[in-house]
Design a protein around this ligand. Structure first.
Ligand code: ADP
Ligand code: MG
Length: 688
């Protein structure tokens, strides 16, 4: 008897070789085969009378074989099988290449379905290499909507269809884990209907209903997992960090600027979370330059003054160093021991010497240091904390359950609170899906007085003019960035591209100015030296690779030049642009490109039109699709088989459904089938 767990090797007509090929695609049991979903379908269901077929169309005809014979072509030394077939309306020539065995399988007088492309050979129509099948009520490869499966070499569509067709009756007995009430509410097919129709659709409507159901399942699954992990987190305990009102006020009043309302609100949401003994899991989302760092500083201060430890992690050493400087300045009045701990830095505010790694690790372990700044790599180090209570991660989009566990092992106490900060603009529905387990704080406003960054597309003929413009601005004491893209695959870090641009600018274009170079191959110390010089205005123009993409804050820089702008996604261009416009001076962004196709131009024009990161993200989503949406790829999003983040309507429905279910039964005990389904899934993930 066949069951879902039967090994595929036991199926009819599967030999060792086929079983091995299936295994390569992850298919070992019958259930895997059932879940091997078609990548698309071909509608071969319409039968066309022979006198109506047209050149270059793909058609299916139903015809009788009049003639069939093999012959060897003289010119190309190929085996040709030629036939003539006819229906009531006419006849047409058929030709197959290199399949001489066909004359054994097809005989004169056979009734066949033939599906294939119509060619025009010397003024006569001909079907070339058509799929064929003898006429019967239940066809597999022709005269119906036919599934096309993802396959590896060695496995044919015919084989896959044959195999899957064999086991499909099993699907009829399948239980549906989705509660009836949800199916009813969202008008979803039964699971077994959906699986049946995704493989062998009765018609196109059923096919699209089947797709909708299966997409729903994936998106629903993701959201259940997230909703559940949110609930699970609530049952864990974190150190309570009481809100220190007067210290917080003192900090806010000492700032050289007034906090925006959104910054206040975000800080307040965070401080309230910290003041509970439930672990915070919050995303602080705010466009580039919206001032997230100071909000993080407020949280770190409350943590430190309550005698707990906080870590602040940045994606690069440059940024970690910048945060170190900012926090030193911002928290100067509070005497809080802070440390910068990266591959090349071991600094503390307690002494001005560079410490040994051992000594610094000791100070952290014994709780002498309260705020530790580092890169994301810090978590992999042998760091042990005394009483870590807050983790702030800058510009990383996701912090998994695994990393949380890792940290729990590094501190003897409760689970730390967690704050993630990102400038990646993601449309709200998507954010709620991808970050469904996080609470979100938004900083929408920019600090007052910031001007729109004037953005211009620069074609090669206007380059000179742009350089003259930059020259004038630099003479007035302003500064510029020049970003170089990766051009050659071999130049992974863009070192070559940036270096030659730097030479060109220094020697030929701006010999009168001081030009700096920054790329990922440089030693951290050298990178930092360049950044400090740029900040101190000892460098006028900084030529850089994408390393400056996130976070770098040089308020006096007002000009951003992006070479090969067409090579970047809009969200990434927007990130670069966000490096300027950080003061009340008018800033400019020049997008250089030598590509003039309409798609490129319309994308880059969108940058000219708006400074709104979210609008750009939506625009990019429409033209380039989700895969390119910057940041989403790095968010550790699951690999969907059939759903995608473009299915916004289904996302919304799945989210609503998941919330209903979790509200009603957080541990899913009211829905045993659903519970089993997720338990099995989780088990499978752990076994892998
Ligand atoms: P991001 O959100 O991109 O990390 P930063 O925290 O680096 O932004 O802040 C960008 C710049 O804006 C910094 O120079 C910071 O000092 C300044 N800033 C932050 N908040 C305000 C504010 N409310 N008013 C004026 N300037 C501010
Ligand atoms: Mg930042």
């Amino acid at each position: 008897m066949l069951s879902f767990s039967t090994p595929v090797a036991k199926l009819n007509r599967i030999g060792k070789a086929t079983a091995a090929r299936l295994k390569k695609m992850g298919i070992t049991a019958v259930a895997d085969l059932i879940w091997h979903l078609p990548s698309y379908h071909e509608d071969l269901s319409r039968i066309v009378p022979i006198n109506q077929v047209k050149v270059n169309e793909k058609v299916t005809i139903k015809a009788r074989v009049e003639l069939i014979a093999n012959r060897r072509s003289k010119i190309k030394k190929m085996n040709l099988t030629e036939g003539l077939v006819s229906d009531d309306t006419g006849s047409i020539k058929v030709i197959w290449f290199n399949q001489p065995f066909l004359t054994k399988q097809i005989k004169v007088g056979d009734e066949l379905y033939l599906s294939g492309k119509v060619d025009d050979e010397y003024y006569t129509l001909q079907l070339t290499n058509p799929l064929w099948e003898k006429v019967k009520s239940d066809t597999i490869h022709t005269a119906r909507i036919v599934p096309i499966y993802p396959a590896t070499s060695g496995l044919t569509q015919k084989q896959l269809r044959f195999l899957i067709k064999q086991i499909l009756p099993l699907v009829r007995e399948m239980d549906d884990y989705l509660p009836n009430q949800i199916k009813y509410q969202f008008k979803l097919m039964h699971l077994s209907d959906a699986l049946f129709n995704i493989h062998w659709p009765d018609n196109l409507t059923k096919l699209s209903e089947a797709k909708r159901r299966l997409k729903f399942d994936e998106l629903f699954g993701l959201q259940i997992v997230q909703a559940k992990s949110k609930v699970d987190l609530k049952s864990q305990r974190a150190p309570r960090i009481p809100f220190l009102e007067s210290a917080t006020k003192k900090l806010v009043n000492s700032l050289p600027f007034k906090l925006t309302d959104d910054q206040r609100k975000a800080a307040w949401e965070i401080l309230q979370d910290l003041d509970k003994n439930i672990p915070m899991n919050r995303l602080l989302q705010g466009d580039v330059g919206s001032g997230k760092t100071v909000v993080a500083a407020i949280a770190c201060l409350n943590c430190a003054l309550n005698n707990f430890q906080a870590v602040l992690l940045a994606p690069t050493e440059i940024l970690a160093f910048q945060h170190w400087q900012t926090l030193n300045k911002t928290l100067a009045d509070f005497n809080v021991p802070i440390s910068l701990f990266t591959r090349s830095h071991r600094l503390t505010t307690i002494s001005d010497k560079k410490l040994t790694k051992k000594e610094l690790l000791r100070q952290i372990k014994e709780g002498e240091i309260k705020i530790i700044i580092g890169t994301h790599a810090l978590l992999q180090e042998d760091v042990f904390f005394n009483n870590l209570a807050l983790i702030v991660i800058d510009e990383q989009h996701r912090f998994g359950v695994e990393q949380r566990k890792q940290l729990k092992d590094k501190t003897p106490n409760l689970l730390p609170h967690f704050l993630s900060m990102t400038a990646t603009p993601i449309p709200r529905t998507l954010a709620l899906t991808i970050y469904g387990d996080l609470d979100i704080s938004l900083i929408k406003q920019k600090p007052p007085g910031r001007k729109e960054i004037i953005t211009r597309l620069i074609t090669p003929d206007k380059r000179k003019k742009a350089y003259n413009f930059i020259r004038e601005k630099i003479k007035q004491g302003q500064q510029a960035f020049v970003i170089c893209p990766l051009i050659e695959e071999s130049d992974k870090l863009g070192v070559k591209a940036a270096t030659s641009e730097w030479e060109q600018l220094q020697k030929k274009v701006f010999p009168e100015f001081k030009i700096g170079l920054l790329h990922g191959k440089m030693k951290a110390k050298d990178k930092q030296e360049v950044m400090v010089k740029f900040k101190n205005k000892e460098i006028d123009i900084l030529v850089a690779t994408a390393v400056v993409e996130v976070g770098v804050d040089i308020p006096d820089a007002t000009i951003m030049v992006i070479e090969g702008a067409h090579r970047f996604g809009l969200a990434q261009l927007h990130q670069f642009r966000g490096r300027v416009g950080r003061s009340d001076k008018q800033s400019y962004c020049f997008l250089l490109t030598d590509q003039f196709d309409s798609k490129t131009i319309s994308r880059l024009k969108a940058m000219e039109k708006t400074n709104d990161g979210l609008k750009l993200a939506e625009f990019d989503l429409n033209i380039r699709g989700m895969g390119d949406l910057y940041g989403v790829r790095q968010s550790g999003t699951p690999n969907f088989k059939i759903a995608s983040f473009e299915d916004l309507d289904i996302i919304k429905q799945a989210r609503q459904a998941a919330q209903q279910i979790i509200n009603e039964s957080p541990d899913l005990s009211l829905y045993p089938l659903l519970k089993k389904y997720f338990d099995d899934k989780i088990k499978a993930v752990h076994l892998e």
